[in-house]
Design a protein. Structure first.
Lengths: 166, 403
């Protein structure tokens, strides 16, 4: 086993464990903390593929900004322990077999595609921040601007909703 | 043995560097507390620590011993995992952020492994630093929430709101520097400032004075220091988010705060003040004797001050250290070759020290912001000004080019 493979398995195991713990934890804060572990492990996986910029952005945006808001809201509302209802029991009995089935389907698809997929060659052209931003502002400028516009609309919507009561 | 070393040098050399840096930073943190107490005491016409060792110089040591031996009670009803995780997370992130700071220009080879002054030299070091800053909120927020204490919770909430708000201004204020340098790597940013070889005038501070002011303000808010120390405002919240922490866990928050101060000072130095570059033009070679010119009078003053000191210990220690400094300065004069190697770290540390002093100075001078003032200052003033700085810089580069 080579070093990158070992690091991959460690990070992958961390991500999966974090995801499982996210569901199993009964306190919202613990669930949110597990989700942060997943985000950071994913950033590590991106780094392993040579996508430095994406890894850093993953931590800054998902690990930092979004999850901080989650935690902030949970702390502000002082949410207590999760309550188990009949519906959550149904989710357990129907959800676990379904999740297993989906995982089996994905695993089968991977095996049928020839066992091992060839490792993606770390293409220096796409991973460097400079070329990435070049692409973003030349070839993909319309999708990029459209997304920014969408976010702007969302921000305006949030402000309107927040001010409605006054 | 040597074969083993060359084979695993890529692993051993960074570990040694990390160990040295951590020990160094922890010592500097300890003496920073001494400096802070001394400087603030003198601002308020007091003496500050004076009893433990000459001029209170052994006070950090006494404090450290005290922290280790203090009782560490855990309040009832805490969330155990988060309560224990918070101080470790805070300290770990604070120390990790120092890993991407380059302290000097030299590259050297150890056991066939080429390395440099500083731990990791990554292309995106600035982004890594921002990523770590983004995660640093959790330590404070979790500590506040897990302590099961109203004041702690208020401190934690305040700090998360404050750190989210000022992170935007912090990130945007650096964009101007990035536009000029065209590079995310801190080493690249310093090297860009060295290009003209004219010293002081080519530093980023002159075109980016607005950016620097925004950056420094936002960075002080990110490190929760006066005048932005609302998360731990002692006159309102007892001690804010760390009210329920004692002993070593409290010390970890404390060390983390001082370490982040060092990181911010390093960043200011690198981004705006030319990092390890000398403020004099490259052609003024005689300025490389400046370290020894400073060391010798300082050593002489320490001897002069020491022989009149009240205690015998002080009368031995202070002149002893003074003589050592004198000898060091003399050695630097006698062997000018060494000077070339220490120039980078000397200027870097000198600038970092100035920023640390400004931090302490502000704590002794400024009152704390009110919470609504803090929020409106961050969102309505700092953020628009940083965005305006980005626009101005881009327009200037478009019209006049990069120089």
């Amino acid at each position: 086993m080579t070093a990158p493979l070992i690091i991959f398995f460690v990070l992958a195991a961390l991500a999966v464990l974090g995801a499982v713990s996210l569901i199993l934890q009964r306190h919202p804060i613990h669930s949110a903390l597990s989700l942060i572990v997943v985000m950071v492990a994913l950033a590590g996986l991106y780094l392993l593929m040579g996508a430095e910029f994406v890894a850093a952005v993953q931590i800054i945006v998902y690990g930092g900004a979004i999850m901080v808001l989650f935690i902030f809201v949970i702390m502000l509302l002082n949410a207590g322990l999760e309550e188990r209802t009949n519906f959550s029991r149904l989710a357990t009995y129907a959800g676990i077999p379904l999740a297993l089935a989906v995982s089996g389907l994905i695993a089968a698809a991977i095996v049928r595609s020839g066992g091992y997929l060839p490792a993606p060659a770390p293409s220096g052209a796409l991973t460097s921040t400079k070329t990435l931003s070049m692409l973003l502002f030349t070839e993909f400028v319309y999708p990029f601007e459209l997304t920014s516009f969408l976010i702007l609309v969302a921000i305006l919507g949030a402000i309107v909703l927040a001010q409605r009561e006054n | 043995m040597s074969e083993f070393l060359t084979h695993y040098a890529f692993l051993i050399v960074p570990i040694i560097k990390i160990a040295i840096l951590v020990l160094l930073v922890l010592t500097v943190d300890a003496y920073l507390t001494w400096l802070e107490r001394k400087v603030i005491a003198h601002i308020q016409t007091r003496w500050g620590p004076y009893r433990v060792g000459p001029h209170g110089l052994l006070q950090p040591l006494a404090d450290g011993v005290k922290f280790i031996f203090k009782e560490d009670p855990m309040p009832a009803g805490v969330d155990k995992i988060a309560y224990f995780l918070a101080p470790f997370l805070t300290l770990m992130l604070a120390l990790t952020s120092l890993a991407v700071i380059p302290f000097g220009p030299q590259r050297f080879t150890v056991w066939g492994y080429e390395t440099h002054v500083g731990i990791a030299d990554v292309n995106i070091s600035l982004l890594v630093l921002f990523a770590i800053t983004a995660l640093a909120v959790y330590g404070v927020a979790l500590a506040g929430w897990a302590s099961n204490n109203k004041y702690s919770l208020l401190g934690g909430l305040r700090s998360s709101a404050q750190m989210i708000s000022y992170e935007l201004a912090l990130t945007l204020s650096v964009v101007g520097v990035l536009l000029i340098a065209g590079d995310f790597s801190l080493r690249g940013i310093v090297e860009q400032q060295a290009q003209s070889g004219k010293g002081l005038v080519s530093w980023n501070i002159f075109p980016q004075i607005i950016g620097f002011l925004c950056f420094f303000t936002a960075a002080i808010a990110e490190t929760n220091r006066v005048p932005f120390d609302l998360p731990e405002a002692e006159s309102e919240l007892v001690a804010g988010f760390h009210t329920e922490y004692a002993s070593m866990k409290f010390a970890m928050f404390f060390i983390a705060e001082y370490t982040s101060m060092i990181t911010v000072s390093c960043l200011c130095t690198i981004l705006f003040f030319g990092g390890w570059l000398s403020p004099f033009p490259v052609s003024w070679t005689f300025t490389q004797f400046l370290p020894s010119v400073l060391l010798i009078p300082f050593g002489l003053w320490m001897i002069y001050d020491g022989i009149r000191y009240e205690t015998i210990f002080g009368r031995v220690l202070l002149p002893g250290v003074g003589t050592a400094l004198l000898a060091l300065g003399g050695a630097l004069l006698a062997f000018p070759v060494i000077n070339g190697y220490i120039q980078g770290p000397f200027w870097f540390l000198a600038k970092v020290f100035v920023f640390l002093f400004v931090y302490i100075w502000m704590r002794g001078t400024l009152p704390r912001f009110r919470y609504d003032q803090l929020m409106s200052f961050g969102w309505k003033f700092l953020l628009p000004v940083s965005i305006a700085n980005v626009v101005l810089t881009s327009v200037a580069i478009l019209i006049w080019g990069k120089h």
